[in-house]
Design a protein around this ligand. Structure first.
Ligand code: PEP
Ligand code: MG
Length: 613
């Protein structure tokens, strides 16, 4: 969970100075990270570290001086944390690189303390009534100009010092403005994009036809950025230490998303192996493509629903290609990302209409806004309580925020209800922890429906079902009570694992502890599934677990018959379903649930897969 201070920290940028100060390697160099989205790509590195951060000049009213100074203080604290974090990771780099980078990062940390840059910027805010970002830019330019004018023969030293001041100002400005990833616009077709960290909002801007692959220093396997990359079918390796220091724009590289590997300056043999891998990949794709029209049915005739998760409308064609039987999770956050104002009801209607119409009579499960945690959304900074507490993931996230700001929920319910008659819609509530939240949301839902009917809108006779995400241990253990209020459950194993194990799903330093196969997570899932099945209530899994073909025997064995996943996983999962017998799965799940060691469970899963495969 991110605990950093400022409202809109922009932690995704990389280290220009780092990339530029290191000697250029021309020999093969292999780096490893977390395998996040499979696929082999041979391409050229596009290093976003050279992106400039320039904020538009802005003045402020006198009454805002203190608030503006506070923004600057917060951004400086956040920037210090970022640089401090980079410093802790230096040990993974070669010694020569460490020696070069350590003093540089120390200088950055000093400049982010009570430095001339910050004191000067603070003064400009008050005296010249400038926004924090404009004040920082002006002060940095003034200092750089002075440095460059100094009488000193060491011109390159002066240039370097001026560059450092400008660089630290850029970091501050980026953190103050959370500017969208501007450099993405210039990405050449077929490039391997690299950066420190990519936020989910940045990932939403990627064009799969342009960006061939992504690799970052930060990030975990099941964070929203990882989910988005998988959804877009962009091969990716996240959490790859030393990457931005080692790679340069234009370097040739091979990225293997399935193996979590990046090879810079590959040798002829490495290139030949990658080409073989590409050919095998194409063959496998063609083979899986043939499964599209076959039913997802076990060998003993049990039907399993395979639905797709959708993060952005651009994925719709992928969903059709994959043979999904519906959308099991439409994350509506995309509507609120990369914009400065809130989308109104009509804008939402248009977005939902497109999706619902495209899916015909197949179910479309629309989850209302799940804002909070790592998903920062500029639009909501306007007039919505920003979850900046010490622990946003434990704060006003998901349904909690919507009940606190019911006008947001009302507008979204209204938009969804207005398209409900066009297809087969279901509505899902995120981050439910107590039954009362579902009841409160239902009251609003029914009130909105009555209002729309009075207004003469066409609504289905029976309102779409209202379901609850089960994604916290509290919700899982209270599933029997929540089941009395909700019409269906969708188990969000990404957050369930995060909250159960107290491990941030997007945090590289604890990625080794993030394990949805931990018995605690599985027991909570089992409890929730059984609570639903007792009431004959539909229940699905829509976390990333559902898209892992190796876990299908376990999930079916636990009683699940509905799985929702990123579209590209559907063929493999279908293949697994078609090879399984439900009684075998039930026996296997019983065996798994007797275990207490996650490693033993992982081993059992692996072995069952091999036996079947
Ligand atoms: C989950 O938490 O498993 C889930 C599906 O929701 P999200 O990944 O959007 O948080
Ligand atoms: Mg979730």
């Amino acid at each position: 969970m991110k605990t950093e201070g400022p409202a809109k920290p922009d932690s995704k940028r990389a280290e220009p100075a780092r990339a530029k100060t290191l000697p250029h390697r021309a020999s093969e160099h292999r780096l490893s990270g977390i395998p996040v989205s499979p696929g082999i790509v041979i391409g050229q590195i596009y290093d976003t570290t050279e992106a400039p951060a320039e904020a538009a000049r802005r003045s402020i009213a006198e009454s805002n001086v203190e608030a503006e100074r506070q923004r600057l203080t917060d951004a400086a604290a956040f920037s210090r944390k970022q640089v401090g974090k980079l410093k802790t990771r230096l040990s993974v780099l070669p010694e020569e690189a460490q020696e070069e980078l350590e003093p540089l990062l120390d200088a950055y940390i000093l400049m982010l303390g009570n430095s001339r840059l910050l004191r000067g910027a603070r003064k400009r805010i008050g005296e010249e009534l400038l926004s924090a970002e404009t004040a920082v830019q002006d002060e940095a330019e003034a200092i750089a100009t002075l440095i460059l004018a100094a009488k000193d023969d060491d011109k390159s030293g002066l240039n370097r010092r001026a560059g450092e001041v400008r660089e630290i100002a850029r970091r501050l400005v980026r953190n103050l403005t959370a500017t969208p990833f501007r450099s993405l616009k210039g990405v050449p077709v077929g490039a391997i994009l690299i950066c420190d960290e990519l936020t989910p909002a940045d990932a939403a801007l990627l064009e799969p036809g342009r960006v061939a692959a992504v690799a970052t220093e930060e990030g975990g396997a099941d964070g929203h950025t990882a989910i988005m990359l998988r959804a877009l079918g962009i091969p990716a390796v996240l959490g790859c230490p030393g990457l931005t220091a080692a790679a340069r724009r234009g370097d040739q590289a091979v990225l293997d998303g399935g193996a979590g590997r990046i090879t810079l300056h590959p040798t002829a043999e490495a290139l030949a192996a990658a080409k073989e891998g590409l050919a095998a990949q194409a063959k496998e794709r063609a083979r899986l493509g043939k499964l599209r029209r076959l039913p997802a049915e076990t060998t003993d005739g049990q039907q399993v629903e395979l639905h797709a998760n959708l993060e952005i409308p651009a994925e719709l064609p992928l969903i059709a290609q994959a043979g999904a039987q519906g959308i099991g999770l439409l994350r509506t956050e995309f509507l609120f990302m990369n914009r400065e104002d809130l989308p109104d009801e009509d804008a939402q209607v248009e977005a939902y209409r497109l999706i619902v119409e495209a899916m015909g009579q197949d179910p479309v499960t629309i989850r209302v806004l799940d804002w909070g945690g790592e998903k920062d959304m500029e639009a909501l900074a306007q007039g919505v309580p920003v979850p900046t507490g010490p622990n946003p993931a434990l704060g006003l996230r998901g349904i909690r925020l919507l009940l606190k700001k019911p006008e947001l929920l009302e507008e979204q319910f209204a938009a969804i209800l207005r398209v409900a008659h066009l297809g087969n819609v279901r509505i899902l509530l995120p981050m439910v922890t107590v039954p009362r939240e579902v009841a409160a949301a239902r009251e609003i839902y029914e009130r909105v429906a009555r209002r729309l009917r009075r207004r003469g809108e066409t609504l289905p006779e029976k309102l779409p079902p209202l379901g609850a995400m089960i994604e916290t241990p509290g919700a899982a253990l209270a599933a029997d009570a929540i089941a009395l209020e909700a019409d269906f459950f969708a188990i969000g194993t990404n957050d369930l694992a995060m909250y159960t194990l107290a491990v941030d799903r997007a945090e590289i330093d604890v990625a080794h502890l993030y394990d949805p196969l931990h018995p605690a997570v599985l027991r909570l899932m089992q409890f929730a599934v059984e609570a639903a099945l007792r009431l004959r209530m539909p229940v699905s899994v829509c976390g990333e677990m559902a898209g892992n073909a190796k876990l299908v025997p376990l999930l079916l064995g636990l009683g699940l018959r509905s799985l929702s996943m990123n579209a590209s996983s559907i063929p493999r999962v279908k293949q697994a379903v078609r090879s399984l017998d439900i009684d075998d799965c039930a026996r296997f799940a019983r065996r798994v649930m007797e275990q207490s060691d996650p490693a033993v469970i992982a081993e059992l899963v692996e072995r069952f897969g091999q036996k079947e495969g």
